[in-house]
Design a binder for this molecule. Structure first.
Ligand code: TYD
Length: 210
């Protein structure tokens, strides 16, 4: 059976990722694609429980390695329960965040470095995205978009932390130019969507062999 297309979407907090995910959903559905949308952390019953532990602002004592392992644990469950079966059935899978988030947030910003790649090797095996759309917005601009009263444990981190996340993403974009497509998220919403649509068209052509 034909293996499905695996697309992940990445970006810092407040980068407009949620808006663009809604666009991607509409676009692919209109094209008649059989798409499964999922998100990280979460996406499974177990993963959603892990998510609430990770993001709860009350869990102030959580050390970076615990955080990294929890994200990876949620991911292992999602890969096995949701992503692999969907891809095996030939479906297109779109995931809101994936391993690159862990490398940017835990590897770069928390300073755990290469250990994050190792841990995630166990979590995902060979389940690597065909393409990753990275929405790039300078953190000084994106962070200002978030409502302070509703910030989760990660969003409450310092400006310096979010700057390191951003730098981590830029390093990943350089390291994996064939997989990661960086899009300038500081452009008007419609222009960002237009550029994403162009990438989706390219991927669909590849999938359907046109
Ligand atoms: P979420 O509310 O889903 O944020 P967003 O809408 O920005 O995707 O919260 C996920 C938070 O977890 C976000 O701050 C990024 C962070 N994160 C990591 O630090 N590591 C990871 O591996 C993942 C998947 C997310």
């Amino acid at each position: 059976m034909e293996k499905g297309l695996f697309i992940t979407v990445e970006g810092g907090d407040g980068s407009g990722k949620t808006t663009q995910l809604a666009f991607i959903k509409e676009y692919l559905t209109e094209k008649g694609e059989d798409v499964l949308f999922t998100r990280e952390p979460g996406g499974t019953a177990l993963g959603e429980k892990i998510r609430s532990v990770i993001l709860d602002p009350a869990n102030k004592e959580m050390v970076p390695m615990t955080e990294s392992l929890l994200y990876a644990a949620s991911r292992a469950q999602l890969v096995s329960e949701v992503i692999r079966p969907a891809l095996a059935a030939g479906r297109t899978v779109v995931c809101d965040r994936y391993v690159d988030s862990s490398i940017a947030y835990q590897g770069y910003a928390r300073g755990l470095g290469e250990s994050v790649t190792t841990i995630n090797g166990y979590a995902i095996g060979d389940c690597i995205p065909d393409a990753t759309i990275l929405i790039k917005v300078d953190p000084a601009k994106s962070h200002a978009r978030i409502d302070e009263a509703a910030m989760d444990r990660m969003e409450q981190e310092s400006a310096a932390f979010h700057r390191r996340v951003y730098e981590g993403y830029l390093a990943l974009e350089q390291k994996y130019p064939d997989r990661i497509v960086g899009i300038d998220g500081e452009q008007p919403i419609e222009e960002v969507s237009r550029q994403i649509a162009r990438q989706l068209d390219r991927l669909l052509m590849k999938k359907h062999g046109l």
